[in-house]
Design a protein around this ligand. Structure first.
Ligand SMILES: [Zn+2]
Length: 882
């Protein structure tokens, strides 16, 4: 941990490394408190380096140095300089040369969970972004690519399973039989952040896969013994991902084995280490009783994501950490396309846009706004953000929209062909699409360097005599911290015009050009597009499929929105119309509540929603999405200033009650109609039915009558799968009733021995809107099953409160903020990454009404004043208070 003021790192300062490391031979002797690492590095001068390369400066942190040898000669203390962040060796005598360094590290004491650490007795590693330097002295940067051979030695009893990157080469037992070893070799050059080893007592679930060219790959998922029977879904997802990447992008797997290890202490979701993915076990283990449909879907998505990195991230990696979106944005796009192909494309698109708007739009609108490719950072771990991941994916999607699927594929093929085995940049990536399709993408690059969510202001004017419609689109680019002036962007706008019969009108521009696929390309700050042969006043359906990550402003009356909800041929935009209508109704209601008036009855909206509820021609999974109202956070984001979370909560609760009351009959029918038959399946169709049934039940519960509460309690006790059980628990968590207490008690008794399922028990108490929530959360931090050192537990309890409980986190007395600030400081002392991420609960504090804003600021100032503070937390809190 550093207490000095850290210097920012700038993209424009990038220099290639002065030395390259071609091969790495590691000998790791595992020990809980004193693991010995011998690193043998073959080093040479980088021919791309101009002039004298100077000394060799190797990164290293928290390491205890034993010895350094240069070309076999032992160096004395005067031959190198050692600090707490590097080891500097004076100009070496020969080129190339070999360095052998022996160091020790302490896995048991490592609670930051980066580098080598122990998770429930299993040795594992996390090296992205800069964890390798906590294992060995190295040029720990992504543009140094080497082939690795790793020998791992351990106590046989303590760690019968020993895994490394690449293919297994050799294994054996040492004299005396107490210790054993395994050797792994990875033939593919890779940066150090993709290094991994695992050692422990693990059981495995095995299968295999034959690639398109006929090579057999052994697949194995390693888990805590006794959990093997919960791996089938993850394995099935892996095989489907491998097949899909061959079919969609022509990418085959390239090693003899692919191993996945599930561990229970993990800062992130999962990590794509070459041939040895390491996962948070919550994203591997699933059975119908223990995992909800949402968990099954998340497992499928993350397994695919990490697997797809094998080509986008591993075979082609990033030149420097500023290019993080090159691997993450692209790979999120690929996992989204995979899920769209496996499931309902519309429902997946709705889900992706919901995530983008909930996680990325507030980031872009607040003090943490940064471009998809940032130009500066202090702590790179703070840039694993929704902007880099989710907006980064939208940029790739826009490329596909602009070039068409076929043109996009040609660009990807060229990218794989041109940059395989390299560390590339965003410029390299986009150049492949420009070269493959001869399209000018110069202006498109601005998306990568400019922060903020653009607003598209659209106006449609119809001329009944000339039968023309003029669509004027202006892009408004609000300033973000450090970027007062913005350049216009190249924006794909997909649209349709609906005639009076609800059908799409053929789109012909005044020039006579027919607009195939309804795609306009906006390049100027403001442009008017004239459509001819428009027989009657059309209703515009703009930004179909959410063709660009922007906010859309267009004047549509209630009747227009109802019309779109019922008729739009683009089902995504139908859903969007319902969201817009609901948002309008709710924002008005919030204003009325704050003015002490009664909100007007939202009869039009409620009636329109009922039409879709009853429309059996639409898939249940889609109808479920349609019926979800915008969340309290969505509404706060749209309102943007003077936000009162309690008024928002009340307005939303009232509207839910009105829907539940008005459509009582239809909701009861829906609940009965989709009663599950037969055994549980996580497939999208039955999952969609369960989703619709649970949404219907939720609306019924919002009426709050005894028979409604009894229905939810019955749903809970009769549940035969985790989805129904957890949904009912979530509904009961909002109600003040004895059934609530009974359900939480029963859930606890049933699941207290399962460290994953019990997280629901923590999370739904923490997210409850009841006024007692904060006191409950404080009490639960002392519960024997809670551990502040375990990131999953922190997310389940403290994360659910800070990020998922707007009413109680934003208590008017500021106690929610105080609690969050205290926990951030507590966690910062041992795990800066998790602490800094928890702070993002405050990211929209400047939008709050004046009293809460003052209290939130006090809590942030308290964090900022504390010393020592990690680089991670001090960077985030500093930006928030700027
Ligand atoms: Zn990733």
């Amino acid at each position: 941990m550093k207490t000095d003021t850290p210097r920012p790192i700038l993209l424009k300062d990038y220099r290639p490394p002065n030395y390259l490391i071609d091969t790495v031979a590691l000998d790791v002797s595992l020990h809980p408190t004193r693991t010995r690492v011998l690193a043998r590095l073959k080093v040479r001068r980088n021919p791309a380096w101009q002039g004298d390369p100077g000394p060799l400066q190797l990164d290293g942190e928290t390491l205890e140095l034993e010895s350094v040898r240069l070309d076999g000669r032992q160096l004395g203390a005067g031959d190198y300089r050692l600090s707490d962040k590097d080891l500097v060796i004076g100009v070496p005598p020969s080129d190339p040369f070999t360095i052998e360094i022996v160091t020790y590290c302490n896995p048991e004491a490592n609670k930051a969970l980066t580098g080598l650490y122990l998770s429930r007795g299993v040795y594992c590693t996390q090296c992205e972004a800069q964890g390798f330097r906590r294992i060995a002295y190295f040029l720990d940067r992504p543009d140094v690519l080497a082939t690795y051979t790793t020998r791992i030695e351990a106590d046989r009893e303590e760690a019968p399973v020993l895994l490394g990157n690449g293919n297994p080469v050799e294994r054996g037992t040492l004299a005396g039989g107490k210790r054993h070893y395994a050797v792994w070799r990875d033939p593919h050059p890779k940066p150090s952040y993709l290094f991994a080893i695992v050692g422990g007592n693990l059981a495995s679930y095995a299968s295999d896969f034959v690639t398109a060219s006929g090579r057999k790959v052994d697949l194995r998922i390693y888990v805590e013994p006794g959990k093997e029977n919960r791996c089938a879904w993850a394995m099935d997802s892996l095989k489907r991902s491998m097949r899909w990447d061959e079919e969609r992008f022509g990418r085959e797997y390239d090693l003899d084995v692919f191993n996945i290890v599930a561990v229970s202490d993990f800062n992130m979701g999962a990590m794509e280490n070459k041939g040895l993915n390491i996962f948070n076990d919550g994203l591997i283990l699933a059975s119908p009783e223990t995992a909800t449909d949402a968990s099954f879907a998340a497992i499928e998505r993350v397994i695919a994501h990490e697997y797809f990195h094998n080509w986008t991230g591993n075979r082609i990696t990033c030149r420097d950490w500023f290019q993080l979106c090159l691997k993450e944005g692209l790979t999120v796009f690929r996992d989204q396309e995979f899920c769209a192909d496996q499931r309902s494309a519309t429902v997946e698109r709705i889900r992706d846009v919901r995530t983008l708007k909930a996680a990325q739009f507030p980031e872009d609108a607040g003090p943490l706004a940064h471009p998809v490719r940032p130009g500066r950072y202090i702590e790179i771990n703070n840039f694993y953000t929704a902007t880099v991941y989710n907006k980064g994916a939208e940029l790739v999607r826009m490329l596909q929209t602009l070039l068409g699927r076929e043109g996009f594929r040609r660009g990807m093929d060229l990218y794989f062909e041109r940059h395989d085995g390299q560390a590339a940049t965003v410029e390299d990536f986009v150049a492949c699409f420009a070269d493959a399709t001869a399209k000018d993408l110069g202006q498109f690059m601005t998306w990568y360097s400019q922060a903020g969510t653009p607003e598209l202001v659209c106006q449609l004017k119809y001329d009944a005599r000339a039968k023309t419609a003029d669509l004027t689109i202006s892009q408004v680019l609000p300033p973000t911290p450090g970027e007062p002036k913005k350049k216009p962007l190249h924006i794909p706008v997909r649209l349709g015009l609906l005639g009076g019969n609800g059908q799409d009108i053929d789109l012909t521009l005044a020039s006579g050009q027919r607009l195939e696929g309804g795609l306009l390309e906006l390049r100027k700050r403001s442009e008017t597009f004239r459509f001819r042969d428009v027989p009657s006043r059309p209703v515009p359906s703009l930004l179909r499929g959410f063709s660009a990550p922007v906010n859309l402003t267009v004047e549509l009356g209630d009747a227009d929105l109802e019309f779109l909800m019922a008729n739009d041929s683009d089902l995504y935009n139908r859903w969007q119309a319902a969201q817009d209508y609901a948002t309008r109704v709710l924002v008005e209601a919030v204003k009325a509540i704050r003015a002490g008036k009664r909100p007007r009855k939202p009869a039009g909206f409620v009636a329109a929603l009922g039409v879709t509820l009853k429309d059996a021609s639409l898939a249940p999974g889609y109808r479920a999405q349609f019926l979800f109202l915008p969340s309290e956070s969505d509404l706060a984001r749209v309102m943007a200033r003077d936000v009162d979370p309690l008024a928002i909560h009340k307005a939303r609760k009232e509207l839910r009650k009105a829907i539940g009351t008005t459509h009582y009959r239809a909701l009861v029918d829906t609940y009965r109609e989709y009663e599950p038959k037969g055994p549980y399946s996580p497939a999208p169709e039955p999952a969609g039915k369960r989703a619709l049934r649970n949404v219907a039940l939720g609306y019924l519960a919002s009426r709050g009558r005894p028979e409604d509460i009894a229905r939810v309690a019955g749903h809970f006790s009769n549940a035969r799968n985790a989805t129904d059980e957890v949904s009912a628990l979530a509904m009961l968590s909002e109600l003040r009733a004895p059934e609530r207490t009974a359900a939480f008690e029963r859930f606890y008794e049933r699941w207290k021995d399962d460290h994953l399922v019990i997280d629901n028990w923590f999370a739904y108490q923490a997210a409850s809107p009841l006024p007692s929530a904060l006191a409950t959360v404080v009490k639960l931090t002392r519960h024997p099953l809670f551990s502040i050192k375990n990131p999953n537990k922190v997310r389940a309890l403290i994360g659910a409160f800070v990020m998922g409980n707007p009413v109680n986190f934003n208590r008017p007395d500021g106690k929610g903020y105080e609690f969050a600030a205290e926990r951030v400081l507590e966690i910062d002392a041992f795990n800066p990454q998790v602490a800094a991420r928890l702070l993002s609960g405050f990211r929209s504090w400047k939008a709050l009404e004046v009293n809460r804003r003052r209290l939130a600021k006090q809590a942030l100032q308290r964090v900022a004043r504390t010393k020592p503070l990690s680089r991670d937390t001090s960077e985030i809190v500093g930006k928030m208070l700027e």
